[in-house]
Structures are given as C-alpha cells and as structure tokens.
Design a protein around this ligand. Structure first.
Ligand SMILES: Cc1ncc(COP(=O)(O)O)c(C=O)c1O
Length: 362
C-alpha cells in the first residue's frame, strides 16, 4: 500500500492522519548511523541530543523524550497535579477526548472542558470558570483548579492556530490565578509554519509543552515534554513509572532529530495541499466545507446526503483511479490530512475519488 507516494491505477492514498508517514531514505540513514546508549540509564547520546535541541527550540530549560504524545501529555498532567485536582481544558481537547480518558485513571483528576470556539477559550471564560471567593469552608468542598491545558494547533478544530495575542491573554489570566499551564503542541510546528511565529514564542508562558515528532514531521515515533528542569525531572520519574524508559531509543530519536532539522519548513506544502483539498471538496455536491477555515494541514468536512461512514466506505472501495482512506468522526463529520508522502497527484486523484463517492458513480 502506498501512503500516497506515487500514483496510478489502484493506488491507495492514505489521508487518515499525518501519523501514517513512512521514514524517508535519508531519515532511515540517520537512524541507522545513530549512536545509542540506554535511555533508562539516561546515557543515550541521540536521545540527549534530541532533548537538548527540542528544549532549545521551545525556549525551555529541559525536555524529556517519550514514545508517544499521549505519554507526554499524561506525564505532564501527573507532574502538575495531585489526585482530586481540577484540570481545565478547551473544547474537544485531545488530552481528554483523544487519550482514552487517561487523566482520570492516571492522575485521578477532575477534567472540566471550557466553552469556546475552534478549540480555544478566552481569558474571560477562564476567569469565569475559577471559583469565586466563597470562604474557606465552601472552598474545601470544591476540587481545586490546579492546571490549564491548551492545544495549538487544535486537532479536533481542524488544525486551527490559537492566535498568539489571545493565547497570551489567556495565559496572563491563568498566571494571575496562580495556575500551572500546559500546552499540547503536538502540531506546534504547523502553527509556526503557518504564521512564521517561532515555536518558542508560542511556548512562552506555558510551564510545560508537549511536541510530537511522529505527526507532520514524519518521524516514526516519539514526542517530548519540555519545561523547567525540576518539573521535567519529576516528569522523568513518571515516564519510568509508566514504562517509558525505552532503552536504545537513540535509533528512533535520530529519526526525530532528522525530522526536526529537515521537515519543519516543508510543512507549508502540506498546508497548501490541505487548501487544495478543501477547495475541491467545496465544489462537490453532497459535501460541505469551509476552505477559509483551513489554516494548516487538517481539513474537516461534512456529508449532507450520505452518512460520513458511508462516504468513507465508498472512498475506501474507490474507483479505477484509486482508493482513499479517511476518518469519519460522527454521522456527518470527516477529515483528511495531507502529509509528507502526499503528492499533488495524490490530491487530484483523491478529489476524483471523492466526486465519484459523493455521486454514487464509480
Ligand atoms: C493534539 C494531539 N495531542 C496528542 C496526541 C497524542 O499523540 P500519540 O498518538 O503519539 O499518543 C495527538 C494524536 O493524534 C494529537 O493530535
């Protein structure tokens, strides 16, 4: 199966996620040549190099490399909170809705989603959510709010970028209330590629930041949690506790380091392909999409006649030109995500498959 590389009869174009990429030859060469040690002993040179570079890019003191974005987010939550604390999140936050409900079994916290648009919430919404001064006895009855989590770009909101000024206002409100802050920046690289604003500027003001190498950057696996040295040291303990000490991890860390140095700038190509997909989808009867809402690499769209699973199944069956894999999220919601291995020909071919699927011809 092709992940979208190349084209021709019967090709399978995989647009489910930017996590489906295969390491390129150059990335594989970097991985094959990687010096390794033992990550659990803290002496794998490739892991250490990746951690240093990530911390530097995010303007933080330290970073810890972990196998997945889920582990990175969840060790952050565990490091920031005590069981019984409240964690505030934005609408549709991956940290809660996309990670098997991990905050409750792992950290024992109460998760409270705030209202907002496109996965974001503003400073006033945050202030309103905090306990009003009700005196010490009634305050004791509440689960204290300890942590605020933001997500940038926002996966569920179609890769929306949290504008820096609004993010800063929200962070100032969190700081005034004495709250800790965590950024799920799984696709922060895309926010930077879309705006030209350095990752460190988006990361500034957050205590901890998760970034993923295994998504748009195209590394085979791995994420990192960055933040102040003492907090990252505490997070390292939870990484070990959850079974994340992954020994000769330098082999995959070298792939992540390669991705970091070579694949950030090219993300604008994915963004351009996402726009082309959105414009093409907007012209197909039976589908609805707002191309203006596409800021990065994720295109969310809706079916109006078929159900989303019916449409996705038809695309999977495909036509003479090819087959397309894509994710349905509800009765009418779907998404497509172009990535490192999605070519312009794949985009044209995918749009042809979508036209046939929507019209019932094949
Ligand atoms: C915004 C966001 N955060 C975290 C994750 C979790 O990453 P992983 O799949 O590596 O656990 C994802 C995965 O898609 C994500 O989209």
């Amino acid at each position: 199966m092709s992940a979208g590389a190349g084209n021709g009869a019967g090709v399978v174009i995989d647009l489910r996620s930017d996590t489906v990429t295969r390491p390129t030859e150059a990335m594989r060469a970097a991985m094959a040549a990687a010096p390794v040690g033992d990550d659990a002993y803290g002496d794998d040179p490739s892991v250490l190099a990746l951690e240093r570079r990530t911390a530097e890019l995010l303007g933080k003191e330290d970073a810890v490399y972990v196998p997945t974005g889920t582990m990175s987010n969840q060790i952050a939550l565990r490091a920031h909170t005590e069981p019984g604390d409240t964690v505030l999140i934005g609408p549709g936050a991956h940290v809660w809705f996309g990670e098997a409900g991990a905050p409750s079994p792992i950290s024992g916290v109460v998760v409270r989603p705030l209202e907002g648009e496109r996965g974001m919430f503003d400073a006033d919404t945050l202030r309103d959510a905090l306990h009003i001064d009700m005196g010490p006895v009634r305050a004791r009855m509440q689960a204290p709010v300890r942590l605020v989590c933001a997500e940038n770009t926002h996966n569920g909101a179609g890769g929306a970028v949290w504008p820096l000024d609004l993010q800063r206002e929200m962070l100032a409100a969190a700081r005034d209330a004495g709250l800790a802050t965590h950024l799920d920046g799984a696709r922060l690289w895309n926010a930077t590629a879309a705006t030209g604003i350095p990752e460190a500027d988006f990361a500034e003001g957050f205590d901890t930041v998760n970034v993923c190498f295994s998504k748009a950057l195209g590394a085979p696996l791995g994420s990192a949690l960055a933040g102040p040295r003492d907090l990252i040291e505490r997070a390292r303990r939870f990484k070990q506790l959850y079974g994340g000490g992954f020994r000769q991890a330098g082999i995959v860390a070298a792939g992540a380091l390669y991705a970091l140095e070579h694949n950030r700038k090219r993300l604008t190509e994915d963004h351009a392909r996402a726009k082309t997909l959105a414009r093409g989808l907007a012209e197909i009867p039976g589908l609805e999409v707002d191309p203006g809402a596409v800021e990065t690499n994720i295109v969310r769209f809706r079916t109006t006649t078929l159900t989303a699973p019916e449409f996705a199944n038809r695309c999977r069956t495909g036509n003479g030109a090819g087959k397309v894999l894509l994710n349905a999220y509800s009765r009418s919601d779907l998404r497509v995500v172009p990535h490192l291995q999605t070519t312009e020909e794949d985009v044209e071919c995918a749009l042809e498959v979508f036209r046939c699927a929507a019209s019932g011809s094949g």
